[in-house]
Design a protein around this ligand. Structure first.
Ligand SMILES: Cc1cc2nc3c(=O)[nH]c(=O)nc-3n(C[C@H](O)[C@H](O)[C@H](O)COP(=O)(O)OP(=O)(O)OC[C@H]3O[C@@H](n4cnc5c(N)ncnc54)[C@H](O)[C@@H]3O)c2cc1C
Length: 368
């Protein structure tokens, strides 16, 4: 019998599967569609800097641990699979173009400093020297430690690494319900009944449907994010550029992502004319050279948003062998490594390095 069945083959499920397989567990991942093709594929792969020395809240500790682990994971995955997932510490620039945004950004910069994150205020001259393609802005800060990875490559590497360690990764296999006996789930109904010693639900924006089956409350909702991919002959930016909730992410082959919208649109992951036009306008305003660039592709993905912004990580209340790791909203790529390590510890009955209690499954909205 399997030690652990993982429901959902996004970055969270695949990272956990790899971590468990590295600990010698027999693991299977099932996905209702193609593994690694939903939110995890759609994301931009921004890994914001985080500092472990100042992290007090468990979410900050999760961020800091992930930030430390990501370059190591990238190197280990490359060694195991030969796939370069594009992890690069390119640095990030945060800009503001309106007076109100300038004040918020100055407050953010103060917060970063207090958190022990390297941050440097840029003069207009130094900004123009670092990123000559950027339009004039009111304020700019450099975070030299911001990093990025290429989601489709990380997912490909995770799938290959899982498979080479004996993890069965099954596409087109949807978990529909659970066979429950007392405080144990004996099997997961997914066409066939799949038996496993333990089950971990990592089904992203769709998690609420499965938690309803287990009569567990969840505040997970799909939050759509649209994206535009430009293609230029040579990279026009070297660093990630962030403005409020939107950003430009240059890849080293001349591709450049402009993202993203934050929308409640149910489970509809189509792009909209308005959403894409808004992102194109934003991108060209900020980097005018993009007006001549080809638009190679547009897409949208469904982020798993939670009502309080914290992911759900832990054991399902009332069930001894069911675990949940979902609801990472805008940070799932970034948090995937630490989530996998901490969830693997929990599943393997090892002590957690990070207190997972703020992420517990039973928490409710105040206004329910
Ligand atoms: C436009 C956009 C930009 C983003 N940018 C960033 C970023 O820069 N940095 C960052 O860290 N994060 C970013 N994110 C967020 C990040 O992509 C998500 O937080 C993360 O991908 C969530 O991973 P997941 O594995 O939980 O979900 P998913 O990748 O959605 O995977 C869940 C999987 O579960 C499967 N599934 C669902 N129900 C079932 C079922 N019943 N049975 C079997 N399988 C099931 C689905 O088919 C899916 O493959 C972005 C997201 C979007 C959409």
């Amino acid at each position: 019998m399997l030690d652990c069945l993982i429901v959902g083959g996004g970055v969270i499920g695949l990272s956990l599967a790899w971590e468990l397989a590295r600990r010698g567990r027999r693991v299977r991942v099932i996905d209702r569609g193609e593994p690694g093709r939903e939110a995890s594929w759609a994301g931009a792969g921004i890994l914001p800097p985080a500092s472990s020395s100042h992290a007090v809240h468990p979410l900050d500790q999760l961020r800091a641990l992930s930030y430390e682990l990501q370059p190591r994971w990238s190197a280990m995955l490359r060694e195991e699979t030969g796939i370069d997932d594009g992890y690069r510490r390119t640095g990030g620039i945060y800009v503001a173009r309106r007076p109100g945004e300038t004040a918020s950004l100055a407050a953010m910069a103060e917060f970063w400093r207090e958190e022990g994150i390297a941050v440097e205020r840029l003069s207009p001259e130094s900004l123009a020297e670092l990123e000559p393609a950027l339009a004039a802005v009111r304020a700019a800060y450099l975070l030299p430690d911001e990093a990025q990875l290429r989601n489709p490559r990380r997912l490909k590497a995770l799938i290959a690494a899982c498979q080479s360690r004996g993890v069965e990764v099954t596409a087109g296999c949807e978990a529909e319900s659970f066979d429950i006996a007392g405080a144990q789930v004996r099997g997961v109904r997914a066409g066939e009944v799949i038996e496993a010693g333990q089950v971990c639900i990592c089904s992203g924006a769709w998690t609420r449907r499965l938690l309803d089956q287990l009569h567990l409350p969840s505040g997970i909702e799909p939050i759509r994010g649209q994206m535009v991919m430009f293609r230029t002959e040579r990279p026009i930016l070297q660093r990630i550029v962030n403005e409020g909730p939107r950003y430009l992410v240059p890849r080293d082959d001349g591709r450049l992502l402009a993202g993203s919208t934050v929308e409640e649109a149910g489970f509809d992951r189509r792009t909209t004319e308005e959403g894409i036009a808004g992102l194109i306008r934003f991108a060209i305003d900020l980097a005018p050279a993009l007006a001549d660039a080809e638009i190679e592709r547009t897409w949208a993905g469904l982020r798993p948003g939670t009502f309080d912004g914290l992911p759900y990580l832990g054991r399902a209340p009332g069930l001894e062998n069911v675990f949940i790791a979902a609801g990472h909203f805008r940070s799932g790529l970034h948090l995937s490594a630490a989530t996998a390590v901490e969830m693997a510890r929990l599943i393997c009955s090892e002590p957690n390095q990070i207190d997972l209690s703020p992420f517990h499954i039973g928490r409710r909205r105040d206004f329910d």
